[in-house]
Design a protein around this ligand. Structure first.
Ligand code: PLP
Length: 395
């Protein structure tokens, strides 16, 4: 017997991956330059030169230091480097012991969810949301509860979160800068969220607070907006991070979980994260890339390239009559479909070789997501197709 849930997960794949595979097929048929694939969040900006320099230096080290196991929570020097970088940026006093190195944000989230929930619990997500959240929440034996964001700004709608909370709520996941909308949650919205969580916690056993999981792989990819440091606003915040986007290293699988030392009972939460990583079979984060993290911790992302893409795409789409949410961060444009059925709209877009992800995959109807982490040429070359598609609807 196989596990039928796992079979279904594997057989269905994700819609994003399906569209990406369709794009690859189409590119083989008609030439890569004729397909405008906006489906995936694979950074188009190359990893900084410092990454390759660091790898070259590491390769001079004895093999076991580069390719051997590291301690399960990570190399002490790497964990310390992450803590120090956070301290410099957010005036905190974290230590290496507060950081657990992981195999990317996916692992950060699965470890965190497994650590702080029990089967039967509920975890609230802000819709639209990254689709894998549901998969990971359900694998932890919990129910994924959606709280709709503000439908114009896509900021957190705190009233909706409050309505979604029950006595079974173990955690809330937020993701800012947001995938898929590009929204950056304001200090005000986060403070209001913290207030209602504290109100809820008053009704509970202090051992059982609602945790806030702040998933932040896009933290550094912003266009002038401030991304508040969430643990400073709510004491039960766990931060999940990865270098997939900031250092353009999604295939290398490296990130971390921070259990801030300011969190009540942090000394029980961190071992639970370690236990979850052990149970899930992660063993340790890649040794070579822990070294890269140490060396490149404060390397800036080339946000200018994404900013240029964002301007070109959003500017043109606005001109053609599309409505979109002005993205303050990440590299996604959230656009209103030109018919109520977003899936039908994205099917129609395929006629123009435009590949977009319908919003249904993110838990809401009527919109679509464009990943503008593509070449500037792809954006420029796609514009006539976007115009023709709009004309089909708006003529
Ligand atoms: N969280 C969000 C919001 C993401 O967009 C992604 C990847 O696109 C992940 C988590 C997973 O990131 P990683 O590739 O580091 O596992």
């Amino acid at each position: 017997m196989i596990n039928e849930t796992m079979y279904a997960r594997g057989a269905e794949s994700s819609i994003i991956r399906e569209i990406f595979s369709y794009g690859l097929e189409r590119k083989a048929q008609i030439g890569a330059e004729n397909v405008f694939d906006f489906s995936l969040g694979n950074p188009s900006v190359p990893a900084p030169a410092a990454v390759n320099d660091s790898i070259k230096r590491s390769l001079e080290l004895p093999s076991e230091q580069v390719h051997g196991y590291t301690p399960a929570p990570g190399l002490p020097a790497c964990r310390a480097a992450v803590a120090e970088s956070l301290n410099r940026r957010f005036s905190t006093s974290y230590e290496g012991k507060d950081v657990f190195m992981t195999v990317g944000a996916a692992a950060s989230l699965t470890c965190t969810l497994t650590a702080i929930t029990n089967p039967g619990d509920e975890v609230v997500v802000i819709a639209p949301y990254f689709p894998e959240y549901r998969v990971w929440i359900e694998k932890a034996g919990c129910t994924c509860v959606e709280a709709l964001a503000n439908e114009e700004t896509f900021q957190i709608n705190v009233d909706n979160v409050q309505r979604a909370i029950t006595n079974k709520t173990a955690a809330i996941i937020i993701d800012s800068p947001n995938n898929p909308t590009g929204a950056v949650y304001t200090q005000d919205a986060l403070e209001r969220l913290a207030d209602i969580l504290r109100e809820e916690n008053k009704k509970r056993d202090p051992q059982n607070p609602i945790y806030l999981i702040s998933d932040e792989p896009y933290r550094e990819i912003v266009y002038g907006a401030e991304v508040p440091w969430v643990p400073a606003l709510y004491e039960h915040t766990i931060v999940c991070y990865s270098y997939s986007k900031s250092l353009s290293l999604p295939g290398e699988r490296v990130g971390w979980v921070l259990v801030p030392n300011t969190m009540p009972r942090a000394e029980r939460v961190m071992p639970a994260v370690a236990g979850a990583a052990r149970t899930l079979g992660f063993v340790c984060a890649p040794a070579l890339f822990q070294r890269v993290v140490m060396d490149c911790i404060d390397e800036p992302s080339d946000v200018d390239a994404y900013a240029r893409n964002r301007e070109a795409l959003a500017g043109a789409l606005g001109e053609y009559g599309y409505t979109y949410v002005e993205p303050d961060g990440a590299f996604y444009l959230w656009v209103k479909a030109l018919e109520p059925d977003a899936e039908a709209f994205c099917e129609r877009a395929k006629k123009y070789e435009l590949l977009a992800v319908p919003s249904n995959s993110f838990g809401v109807p009527g919109w679509f997501r464009l990943g503008y982490c593509v070449s500037y040429e792809t954006i420029q070359n796609s514009l006539p197709a976007w115009r023709a598609l709009a004309e089909e609807y708006l003529a």
